[in-house]
Design a protein. Structure first.
Length: 487
């Protein structure tokens, strides 16, 4: 089986058998609700609707319908019913939606009645979206955008997921893939139809076209992983010596008692994590062990974990008690931070003068520092605003099309590596031609055609993996559309 061909939904079933089944499932959340949506998809969806007492003569029109159990005619519900004949539906098949009252007994009655109908079975997890993919209604990036939209916790995640679901990534990668397919077709023509004049010089403009494409891929990758970071959420760690006020600040920012607060130094040994929404960005705020030398084995492990967490974080809040800062200069205060956290290539640092309520009257923090008191709440808004600015700069939401998954990044990197190999051979062939005194531009005939074509094939395959398709037939379409071959 080709790696891009859809596999049967169940072991032992053929693809033809799977395609003829009609599936159903509760598409809305489980539990009591005002409305529950049951979806059906497949060739028997219309028959099932008629068996329940509905009609299929008015596509995409909501009807208020009395539904009955086909087995005994018992009433099930008064529901809104929608009929979507394929291919103009979410899955590309005939689809029915039953908008029921959301009581458990109503939903259970409807699902039981559907299960008793011939040709119907409960859907597997994600099977509606899989059928939409199999019928060309969405590619992998659309499906992933839909999953991200369902999982979105913040407005920024919602906007990114909607953009991907609406095709922002798909259009970019489809454009790249179309360019690569055309270039590969020209290479194939040069190999298979070398006697034809058109084909022999088909690749004369491949180098500038592929160089531009290679540069676009490299720029796409150089995004500081902002799309992935927004999708997965940002990590902000709290660093400081014991009793610097980290746990109190965590509780104040999260408005919870997530961390134990005590005057006893070294209370926090392990990391405490709180998931938050800061200015629309998903953030995991992490309280860590106080940074200090210790003979206690457990505390030393806590300090090690704190430094490791800081190295992986997107941002670190470094706390130094305000009453220990006095009137030192900005340079002296920064030196104290450096001594505390050590030399690191880790996250950006936000310097906080904590426990500001204990500072002397009229005291002000060093330049570049923020004064905050978890006890009184003074300065908390300033810390939140600082976090929002830093996260907004890191995420840069709504600024073009971004990678959202490590899978995408690996595939683009593979395609970029293949193009680099192709262009390296092309550069060598071109230099050889010039050294021989020729003035003609490089053509594929100058290099090893088979190896160069394989690099282009790998580049196409890399982008195709993102979208979920690699269609060899496209090569033939381009060859016979672009060249007068076999006339």
């Amino acid at each position: 089986m080709d790696q891009w061909q859809a596999a049967p939904a169940h072991p032992g079933q053929t693809e033809r058998e799977t395609a003829t089944e009609t599936i159903f499932a509760l598409s809305s959340g489980a539990g009591r609700a005002g409305v529950a949506v049951v979806r059906l998809s497949g060739p028997a969806a219309g028959d099932a609707l008629r068996a329940l007492g509905g009609r299929t003569d008015a596509p995409r029109l909501a009807r208020l319908t009395s539904l009955r159990d086909p087995a005994d005619g018992a009433p099930l519900d008064r529901a809104l019913v929608l009929w979507f004949p394929g291919p103009k539906s979410f899955t590309g098949e005939d689809v029915v939606e039953l908008h029921l009252h959301g009581g458990p007994a109503v939903v259970e009655g409807a699902l039981t009645a559907l299960a008793a109908l011939p040709g119907l079975r409960p859907a597997e997890a994600g099977e509606f979206s899989r059928r939409a993919f199999d019928h060309g209604k969405m590619d992998f990036t659309h499906a992933e955008g839909l999953a991200d939209l369902i999982a979105a916790e913040t407005p920024a995640q919602r906007r990114q997921a909607l953009a991907q679901m609406d095709g922002s990534l798909s259009r970019l990668y489809e454009g790249w893939r179309a360019d690569l397919v055309r270039c590969l077709a020209h290479m194939e023509a040069a190999i298979d139809f070398a006697d034809e004049a058109d084909a022999a010089h088909a690749g004369a403009d491949l180098v500038p076209r592929l160089t531009a494409l290679r540069d676009a891929m490299a720029a796409h990758l150089a995004d500081s992983r902002r799309g992935e970071r927004l999708r997965d959420g940002f990590t902000v760690v709290l660093l400081g010596a014991p009793n610097a006020g980290k746990s109190s600040l965590l509780n104040a920012l999260s408005r919870s008692d997530a961390a134990i607060v005590s005057e006893i130094a070294g209370t926090t040994r392990d990391m405490v994590r709180v998931r938050m929404n800061i200015a629309g960005f998903p953030v995991t705020l992490v309280d860590t062990a106080g940074l200090r030398e210790s003979d206690d084995v457990i505390e030393r492990e806590g300090v090690r974990r704190a430094r490791a967490a800081a190295a992986r974080a997107d941002l670190a809040l470094v706390l130094v008690p305000a009453d220990t800062l006095g009137d030192i200069s900005e340079a002296e205060a920064d030196a104290r931070v450096a001594a505390l956290v050590g030399e690191t290539d880790g996250p950006a640092l936000v310097r906080l003068a904590s426990k500001a309520d204990l500072a002397a009257a009229g005291w002000g923090p060093p330049t570049g520092w923020l004064a905050v008191s978890a006890a009184t709440g003074a300065g908390l808004d300033g810390v939140s605003e600082c976090l929002a600015d830093a996260l907004g700069a890191a995420a840069q939401p709504d600024q073009g099309t971004v990678l959202t998954r490590a899978r995408h990044r690996r595939a683009v990197e593979d395609s970029l590596a293949a193009l680099d190999r192709f262009l390296a051979v092309a550069a060598g062939a071109g230099d050889g031609a010039r050294d021989g005194g020729g003035d003609d531009p490089w053509t594929p005939v100058d290099g090893d055609l088979v190896l160069q074509a394989e690099d282009l094939r790998l580049a196409v395959r890399g982008i195709g993996r993102i979208l979920g398709r690699v269609d060899v037939e496209e090569l033939l379409d381009v060859v016979f559309a672009d060249f007068c071959i076999g006339k």
